[in-house]
Design a protein around this ligand. Sequence first.
Ligand SMILES: [Zn+2]
Length: 333
Amino acid sequence: MTGGVAPSELAAQPVGEAARVAEGVYQLKVPVPIPLVFVSAYLVEGDDGWTLIDTGFDYPEGRAAWESGAAAVGCDLRRDVERIVVTHFHPDHLGAAHWLQEISGAPVYMLESEIQNSREVWENRDQSKFIDHLVRHGMDRETTEKAARSMRTNLVLPEKMIPLKKGEEMPLGPGTSWVVHAPGHADHQLMLHDEGRRILFAADHVLLKITPNVGLWPETTPDPLNRYMENLRSMRSLPVELVLPGHGPLFHDLEGRIEELLVHHEERLEEMLREIRDRPKTPFEVSRKVFRYGLSIYERCFALAETLAHLDHLVLEDRAERMDDGTVSFRAT
Ligand SMILES: [Zn+2]
């Protein structure tokens, strides 16, 4: 979707570099080995040390960006880091937390439920649940097994993870921030709201140019799309003047972007409903129609999970029904 919300002129630096985006707040564009190009990590300067928000994948180019980017803004990763906050368990956010903790000695904070979820996802070598989930929804087994190998690779978790609770106050720079629960893209994702400075560290909840993937995975609580849209609606009046997302450009108009995202999902629900009007289709078939561009195996899994989240939501709204004879399919009611 091409939206009307304009990107900020802040953070025009190339990937691999850091730039100041507010007083004492820096964005580091950490390169990633996937089509997203970069993940945004943030470094916030405080009286007692720095807070790092998100970490990128743990691979040589990512580490190099951390080393040079942090040094460029005056943060010594081996001496100055007070805490590391990880917004959610995906490898582009959590991946390098183990390494950053190892070199800095700083604790890693996540939502309490996300710590548990991370252990279940990353310490469980059994991929059969993941594979069965995709196969049951129409993907062929061979593709699914290949995808499982590339997506659920080993991620080494930080040794010390400290639980946060939603609504909790956390020191951030010279002030404080609120821990905000942001379900949808991930069940236990958090954002930090610096109310004093009107800044939202938005993780992958509200992105510009791309829409956050809201998918139904084997470990996802049912109807993530509903929880995502409800949460967006509840954020409309949040006092925010600068949104610092996990990917893509920074922007200022949070409420405008919320409206665009809500419209996007309504349109996508309609589009999927049209696909299942004539005959029942598996979620994989629908995803192949709705997401047309040339997709990698990895992207096909995301497209399937996102399609499934929408179809599930149509069932919840009584607009579709779900049939299961070993393979799941949906048809409009
Ligand atoms: Zn991400």
